[in-house]
Design a binder for this molecule. Sequence first.
Ligand SMILES: Nc1nc2c(c(=O)[nH]1)N(C=O)[C@@H](CNc1ccc(C(=O)N[C@@H](CCC(=O)O)C(=O)O)cc1)CN2
Ligand SMILES: Nc1ncnc2c1ncn2[C@@H]1O[C@H](COP(=O)(O)OP(=O)(O)OP(=O)(O)O)[C@@H](O)[C@H]1O
Length: 197
Amino acid sequence: MTDLSADLVQQKQRLREKLRFRRKHFAANLDGMAQLAAFRALPAPLSERLAGHAVVGAYVAWGDEPDILPMFAGVAEAGALALPHHAARIDAMDFRRWRPGEPLEKGPWSTQQPADHAALVTPDIIFCPLVGFDRKGGRIGQGGGHYDRYFAAHSGALRIGIGWSVQEIDATPRESTDIALDAILTEQEFILCGDRL
Ligand SMILES: Nc1nc2c(c(=O)[nH]1)N(C=O)[C@@H](CNc1ccc(C(=O)N[C@@H](CCC(=O)O)C(=O)O)cc1)CN2
Ligand SMILES: Nc1ncnc2c1ncn2[C@@H]1O[C@H](COP(=O)(O)OP(=O)(O)OP(=O)(O)O)[C@@H](O)[C@H]1O
């Protein structure tokens, strides 16, 4: 690792700690009505994409992440919802189909995931949880590089970041392996980045 990339990794780690703290306090102070209203409706450009039976990659909220599954109730009933899955910590992240009523299991990173025998699918559009973001589509995740590697291997899938508005920063330190988001959805706005949507 060069000194420059070591420095970027350190900068990102410091930002992650600060942003997780902000996210925790924001989520703890959201009142019940605000919780109910947040992330319940898809912005028009996204619902148009989903109408064509696109396979949607979402996630089961963990800790203070926004819960987005209610937004995809119809998609899930139609059998077009996929969730991240890890066979083991050393294995790459993939996506498995999941329908309401099917079991979820605790994965090797403690997140809830479909059973190991669930069908492997490739989402057309991926909603990924953020630790931090900027308006140009820069993203800070958990730090494992799992989404970065998945995005690199599946560059055709649309990438939508999900976060609370307080997770915004002016600019995220960018490593060569970072892949920009196409859009970001917060409880307040839908931010388009790039020209794929
Ligand atoms: N809800 C949700 N599901 C998800 C993710 C996520 O961030 N949120 N993932 C996103 O990749 C994948 C799971 N992978 C994860 C990898 C690392 C950590 C994490 O918090 N790591 C801690 C250290 C944990 C440890 O070493 O024990 C950290 O980086 O501080 C979380 C999830 C797939 N599913
Ligand atoms: N396409 C890739 N191929 C190989 N290594 C990668 C790739 N993408 C990321 N990495 C590695 O993963 C490390 C962590 O990446 P980064 O700090 O960007 O994580 P993150 O984006 O916060 O996490 P995630 O992608 O899981 O949400 C990077 O320093 C890099 O070494």
